[in-house]
Write a protein that binds this ligand. Structure first.
Ligand SMILES: [Zn+2]
Ligand SMILES: [Zn+2]
Length: 363
């Protein structure tokens, strides 16, 4: 008689094992990269997305190796400041992302120029971070609308790509280094997409952002602050911590907690910091207020080609009223108003438009 129980038990165990082993999950690593941002998103179905790469090439490459990353599907730079894009050229060379996205704001630093070069050499598909949705396996990214015209105040920070990620009922907001001006713009134009569970606190917890109005709109349960131990800026600022506390947000910081892992099955999630106390099993609460999805251009990074958006990395730029063209990273190009920008993908095209090369950048 006893024998009959063994196969039943075996079957039950196998079923249980099967369910556990094959339940789809998502892991987001808020990587401790010192004074900088880097969020690594890994779906159990194999999709890998990296938003920002911190301020030190060796640190990010070590993290990626240690976690065992062997490919990246989508690479995103929130904005081209050095504490967000260091080593990205190497990441492009090594992990061959299928697509890259950034706000496409000209910036003349060696690290950004090297990144653009690596993207070109690897034929990486380029997307500008305009309002759009990107579906990648079970991941749904919504790029929130950029300010139009771009914000002049603290321009690179404020015009960071702001991206919402939905995985089942659990949602995240990646905010780059935005400050209060952009937060206000988002509240005006995208309020219905701001309500999330986990907030990447803007700009390393600087008091330039994370306003009360922004916290009212985002209502996060968990806030993650990227900042380096003893950083020169005093991040995170006391005002920001107080604001987060007043909203009952459970705060994790990379300087205190190290790398912070959030794991979710799409219904509940838990936070597992490298150091400090684990925050267990939080239910997703926001689905009630999640708006019904509006038909937006659904853009898979690959192989589906982008719809109306540029798929080439433009190398040259000119102003409508000018007879000179520039390399896209030229300092003069940065002064061109968005509404006057004309792009060229080749030098020939720029010359064919009747324009002469700029004497500063000599394109
Ligand atoms: Zn930054
Ligand atoms: Zn910045």
């Amino acid at each position: 008689m006893k024998k009959r129980f063994i196969p039943i038990f075996t079957i039950l165990f196998s079923l249980l094992f099967f369910t556990v082993a094959f339940a789809e999950t998502l892991q987001i690593y808020f990587l401790d990269v010192g004074q900088g941002d880097s969020s690594l998103i890994i779906a159990s179905t194999g999709e890998v997305v990296l938003i920002d790469s911190g301020q030190d090439e060796n640190i990010i490459l070590t993290h990626l190796k240690k976690i065992g990353i062997n490919h990246i599907d989508l690479l995103i730079a929130s904005h081209p400041h050095a504490d967000h894009i260091s080593g990205m050229d190497k990441i492009v060379d090594i992990y061959k992302p299928r697509a890259f996205m950034d706000p496409e704001i000209p910036h003349t630093t060696t690290s950004y120029e090297n990144l653009l070069l690596a993207l070109k050499e690897n034929n990486t598909k380029y997307y500008q971070a305009t309002a759009r949705q990107i579906k990648l396996g079970p991941l749904l990214f919504t790029v929130l609308p950029p300010a139009d015209p771009l914000i002049e105040e603290s321009s690179l920070n404020n015009n960071s790509a702001v991206i919402r990620l939905d995985y089942g009922d659990v949602s995240f907001l990646f905010t780059g280094d935005i400050e209060k001006e952009r937060e206000n713009q988002l509240i005006q134009v995208a309020k219905d997409k701001l309500n999330i569970d986990v907030l990447k606190v803007p700009h390393h917890g600087s008091s330039t952002g994370t306003t009360i109005a922004f916290l009212q709109a985002t209502t996060p349960d968990v806030g993650v602050i990227f900042c380096g131990k003893g950083n020169n800026y005093g991040y995170p600022h006391e005002e920001t911590l107080e604001a987060l506390q007043s909203f009952g947000v459970q705060v994790y910081r990379t300087d205190v907690n190290g790398t912070i892992l959030v794991e979710t099955d799409g219904k509940t999630y838990r936070v597992i910091p490298e150091r400090g106390e684990e925050y267990r099993e939080l239910p997703a609460l926001k689905q009630i207020e999640t708006p019904t999805p509006t038909p937006a251009p659904t853009v898979s990074p690959a192989p589906t080609p982008a719809t109306e958006e540029p798929t080439v990395t433009y190398k040259y730029i000119a102003s409508k009223g000018s007879d000179v063209f520039h390399h896209i990273s030229c300092s003069h190009a940065q002064r061109i108003k968005p509404e006057n920008k004309i792009y060229f993908s080749t030098r020939e095209e720029a010359i064919a438009s009747g324009r002469k090369p700029c004497k500063v950048c000599k394109p």
